[in-house]
Design a protein around this ligand. Structure first.
Ligand SMILES: Nc1ncnc2c1ncn2[C@@H]1O[C@H](COP(=O)(O)OP(=O)(O)OP(=O)(O)O)[C@@H](O)[C@H]1O
Length: 176
């Protein structure tokens, strides 16, 4: 099964993914991205990637100089790849695991290697995946995933986000 969660920024996609990973325990392999906030001013300063094997890196920041910009955030593609690629390579070898990728968005897709890896994993019909996507088609791959015939697309809202945790975990757990 290919479960794809979409919804507007801040609706709770990452929160849902983290809860589902906890439910799936070691059946889940992959990564999620979360905000980095200034401890004193409380404002968002960037984004961090965290993998199921405990690695993490700040890969986008207001303080990074980069040719890859999303709004005021500079994206460090090498830092992103240093966490994302090893865990997805490991996932490729672990055929019975659910691959979790939060998210396939504009910042992440500056990495061509990441885009190729996502497409490869997604193209395996037997592969169970849980992916989050931005609401807009920010990249041809986002459009391709959204329209893939195997996809079950779930749009997250304030009213369904709590109930979907068990539903998503059960759907993925039921897969061999
Ligand atoms: N089910 C929930 N109940 C209450 N608060 C929630 C819930 N889900 C998320 N939140 C809160 O909403 C905020 C945004 O959540 P989260 O980062 O998961 O959203 P997101 O959709 O992944 O955002 P982005 O699109 O920026 O990645 C967080 O402060 C989180 O604590």
């Amino acid at each position: 099964m290919k479960l794809v969660i979409t919804g507007p920024p801040g609706i709770g996609k990452t929160t849902l993914v983290i809860k589902v990973i906890k439910r799936l325990k070691d059946r889940a392999i992959g990564f999620w991205t979360e905000e980095v906030r200034d401890r004193i001013k409380k404002e968002r300063t960037g984004f961090r990637i965290k993998s199921t094997d405990g690695k993490s890196a700040i890969f986008a920041s207001k303080f990074f100089t980069s040719k890859h910009l999303v709004g005021s955030y500079g994206v460090n593609v090498e830092r992103f790849e240093s966490v994302a690629l090893p865990i997805l390579e490991k996932a490729r070898e672990s055929k019975d695991k659910v691959v979790v990728i939060d998210e396939v968005g504009k910042m992440e897709l500056f990495s061509k290697k990441f885009a190729d890896m996502v497409q490869e994993l997604f193209s395996d019909p037997k592969r169970s995946m849980l992916i989050t996507l931005p609401i807009r088609d920010v990249h041809p791959l986002v459009r391709w995933i959204r329209r893939h015939p195997q996809v079950v697309l779930l749009e997250l809202t304030k009213s369904n986000r709590d109930g979907l945790v068990d539903e998503v975990a059960n759907l993925l757990r039921a897969e061999k």
